[in-house]
Design a protein around this ligand. Structure first.
Ligand SMILES: [Zn+2]
Length: 278
């Protein structure tokens, strides 16, 4: 049983507690089921950049748009580069990258908005989706944190941006860490661990987010690194939830870059406020 997500359809998981806080909110993650792609097999691939035929991806996106009642012209998609750029999205950016990867918002791994009728989306196959919500400020955000984004502290950066630019204290922010590859399946080398050590230098914790398994080989828990960085950024423990799903172990439900040896599709994370009044 996952603490934070429930499967709502064959093709979607939903953050179960957040829509209770605000029924206008939609926030979830896709599975690999229910789509029309033939890449890497019959599947629900959302990535336009992974070798699938574009019309299949757009059909998959349209199916989700219909299911959620959130028109494709109001989605935003990014050209993700494993960096830490976060973009505040307004309605002028909606439609970016929806049917043409070249129109995606460039070099971006995080989005946030306080406007209705905008669906923030990012693509994943093992990396960590991090969802942000400040109900009293009508603010939502999403970040893509692979190991590179994690050690650049994109999660903490979102909290700092909201604090500095939007005057939202960290104590007002809820965060949910979504399905990603877990420690069981994520083996990394010294190079990655050195970067993890650097970003955690000033962070206090009792249990290390990685364990050494042999010379130069470690099992890394990326969700825990993000969790520790979010606590350090001022998020309250009772506002912080983590999904148990491992995209590699739960390969019957998810694409996994590692489990599928690189040739795989992409799930998306999505978060938006419906406009009830349109
Ligand atoms: Zn696993």
């Amino acid at each position: 049983m996952d603490e934070s997500f429930i499967q709502t359809t064959d093709s979607t998981l939903t953050i179960k507690d957040w829509t209770k806080i605000n029924p206008e909110l939609v926030a979830g993650f896709t599975t690999k089921h229910g789509g029309t792609s033939h890449f890497p097999y019959k599947s629900n691939n959302f990535g336009l950049h992974v070798g699938d035929e574009g019309h299949n991806v757009i059909t998959n996106r349209q199916q989700l748009a219909d299911q959620l009642g959130f028109s494709l012209e109001n989605w935003v998609c990014a050209d993700q580069v494993h960096e830490d750029q976060i973009v505040k999205v307004s309605s002028v950016l909606t439609g970016s990258g929806v049917d043409d990867y070249n129109d995606s918002i460039k070099g971006t791994d995080g989005f946030y908005t306080n406007q209705k009728d905008i669906l923030l989306t990012l693509c994943y196959a093992d990396c960590v989706p991090v969802y942000f919500f400040a109900p009293n400020y009508h603010m939502i955000g999403i970040a893509h944190a692979g190991w590179k984004g994690t050690v650049k502290n994109i999660s903490g950066k979102m909290v700092q941006l909201w604090d500095m630019m939007e005057k939202i204290p960290p104590s007002e922010i809820y965060v949910t860490i979504g399905p990603s590859i877990n420690q069981c399946c994520y083996i990394v080398d010294d190079h990655v661990i050195n970067e993890v050590d650097k970003v955690l230098e000033a962070v206090s914790f009792t249990t290390s987010p990685y364990e050494q398994i042999s010379d130069g080989q470690y099992r890394l828990d990326l969700k825990s690194v993000n969790y520790l960085l979010l606590l350090h950024a001022g998020i309250q423990e009772d506002h912080l939830l983590t999904s148990n799903f491992c995209t590699s172990c739960d390969n019957d439900l998810f694409f996994s870059h590692r489990a599928d040896q690189g040739k795989t599709g992409r799930m998306i994370s999505y978060i938006g406020f419906y406009n009830q009044y349109k």
